[in-house]
Design a protein around this ligand. Structure first.
Ligand SMILES: [Zn+2]
Length: 389
């Protein structure tokens, strides 16, 4: 029997390619066990028919990669037994969504363990919608995997405030990868291209992998059709859409906006107690502790010689003065400490010593696509642009 399944294979290179999967006539015996809470590795081995000595060998060979004595409930562990001898051949355990532990036995009976990148089959999907109440609700209404919507919000986290900045009638359309294994849908993968029309303004972002720099750092990101980066030095909102959508049914809302006439030069976000707060940009913590000025637990971050940001009324602080932080790092949680009537985040942006409106200030963009790669980038987005427009 020859079963040909055509999918895009994401792994080998960044360029999607078509692969053919061939299923051999005779198969090794495979046993998949879904780990339940309270299940130890020895219970799992017992169920799989793996004896005590072999279990210890597996544990020992895997220990530098993953400690199998602390397997996690909800994951699926696979045992492969040889089709001729029915002897143990392989164990596969998912470390996270990207990597797996492989323990295999060679013909001499020696076990080796390795870490492998999970080779998902990739399907390309396009979805679109119009917002009636919230982005979250729109995704639910259309049965869009909410994890894909969270990714979408992350792509535009520098330009659109998905907590409060969206309007009824805003539209979105995006193309993304869906990850499958053995024909079964697992999770959304990377967003390839996205378009968001926010309050009449069109924002487009296209994924582009540029290169690996001298330090081994991957240069990739989302770029406007012009090649300018979608990313900016500051995030639009210190509370991620991910936290707004996960269980906060009422969503995030303004308690008070930036208002020069009333003297409230900050944005107040009402959010559930304990909601994580992110650093909007890279910087150094210049203050972390109790403020005597009514701010309660306060964190201040100095981003550069021009900008700093303040986060007040926090319930918990996770950073220390002098510490450097990266954009998106969780610095603490929403609270109601100091002069505050309920859980909210009082957020201030300071430019050259003056409090400025974080919603309207011009924020510098990250690095654009390099001149050498610009033509390649422009060619790579043509097909996606056609699909989006
Ligand atoms: Zn305030």
């Amino acid at each position: 029997m020859l079963a040909g399944l055509f999918f895009f294979n994401k792994n080998a290179s960044n360029q999607a390619k078509v692969v053919q999967e061939v299923v051999a006539e005779e198969l090794d015996r495979e046993m998949a066990i879904t780990i339940e809470s309270g299940m130890t590795f020895s219970i799992i081995c017992e169920q799989a028919g793996v004896d005590y000595a072999l279990m210890n060998d597996i544990l020992a060979s895997a220990k530098d990669i993953y400690d199998l004595s602390s397997v996690r409930a909800g994951k699926e562990i696979k045992f492969i037994f040889d089709k001729d001898t029915d002897q143990f051949k392989e164990l596969i355990y998912p470390i996270d969504s990207e990597e797996e532990l492989y323990v295999s036995k060679n013909l001499e009976g020696v076990l080796t363990a390795e870490r492998k990148v999970i080779d998902y089959e990739i399907k390309i999907k396009t979805v679109e919608g119009t917002i009636d109440s919230s982005l979250y609700q729109s995704a639910l209404d259309q049965n869009i995997d909410i994890r894909a919507i969270i990714e979408l919000a992350d792509v535009f986290a520098w330009t659109v405030d998905f907590g409060m900045g969206i309007r009824v009638g805003d539209t979105y359309k995006f193309i993304y990868e869906e990850r499958y294994r053995d024909g079964k849908y697992i999770m959304p993968g990377k967003i390839i291209a996205a378009k968001f029309i926010n309050d009449g303004k069109i924002i487009e972002g296209y994924y582009f992998y540029e290169a690996v720099d001298g330090n081994g750092k991957i240069i990739e990101g989302y770029y406007h059709p012009s090649g300018e980066s979608v990313q900016k030095i500051f995030l639009k909102n210190p509370v991620s859409f991910k936290y707004i959508s996960s269980g906060f049914t009422t969503g995030l809302r303004y308690v008070e906006a930036f208002n020069v006439s009333t003297g409230h030069r900050a944005i107040d976000y009402a959010a559930a107690l304990g909601t994580p707060i992110k650093a909007v940009g890279d910087g150094t913590v210049s203050f972390a502790g109790w403020s005597k000025a009514g701010y309660g637990n306060l964190v201040s971050i100095r981003h550069n010689s021009v900008f700093s940001s303040n986060y007040a009324h926090m319930s918990k602080i996770y950073v220390k003065s002098g510490q450097s932080v990266s954009q998106g790092d969780i610095i603490g949680t929403v609270g109601s400490t100091g002069f505050s009537t309920g859980p909210h985040l009082h957020f201030e942006m300071v430019k050259n010593g003056t409090k400025v409106n974080p919603m309207t200030i011009e924020i510098p963009s990250d690095k654009a696509v390099s001149a050498e790669k610009m033509e390649e980038f422009k060619n790579s987005i043509i097909q996606w642009q056609e699909q989006l427009n």
